[in-house]
Design a protein around this ligand. Sequence first.
Ligand SMILES: C[S@@+](CC[C@H](N)C(=O)[O-])C[C@H]1O[C@@H](n2cnc3c(N)ncnc32)[C@H](O)[C@@H]1O
Length: 153
Amino acid sequence: MKINVIIVDKKGKEPLYAPLIEHYKKIAKPFAKVEVIEVFDKEIAKAHDISPDAAQKSYTKALEKYLSSGYNVALDPSSKEVDSHDFAELLKDKTEVNLYIGGAYGFEEAFLTKCNKAISFGKITLSHKLVKIVLLEQIFRGLSINNNHPYHK
Ligand SMILES: C[S@@+](CC[C@H](N)C(=O)[O-])C[C@H]1O[C@@H](n2cnc3c(N)ncnc32)[C@H](O)[C@@H]1O
C-alpha cells in the first residue's frame, strides 16, 4: 500500500519535526510506504499577497494533478470529525491513498468536492507543520488497527 501526505508547504527539514516524520515513516513501513510531498511554488507565494480566495485557488491548481490516482482525502477543520477507527476505515483495502493538508488559508470548496472525503481531527486549528505529525501518527495508528498490531489499545 502507498500513502502520500501532500502538503501545501515549503520544502525543508526543520530540526524540530524532521526526526518525528522519519520515525513514523519508518514504523509504518511493514504496512505501507508513506511519502511526504511538499507543494509550493511562485504562484502560491504571489497569491498569498493577493487574497485568501486567490491563495485557495492557487492551492487547488498545484494539488489537482495528484487527484487523478488513488483515494483522495482532504484534511479540513470544518468537515466531518473522525475518530481513529473512522480514520483506519478510510485506509482499509486501498492500494493508494492521498491525504491533503492545506496552506495558511485552508482549501476552497471546489477542491474539497473533488476529493472522495474531507475530514476533521477536531475543532482546534493545528499549524500545518503540527497537523503533519498528528496525521502521520494517525496513519500508523490506523494501519495498526487494520493489521491487528498492538500499538492501538
Ligand atoms: C493552519 S491550517 C489552515 C487553517 C485554515 N483556516 C482552515 O480552515 O483550513 C493548515 C491546514 O492544516 C490542516 N488542519 C489544521 N487543523 C486541522 C484539524 N483540526 N483537522 C483537520 N485538518 C486540520 C488543514 O488541512 C488546514 O488546511
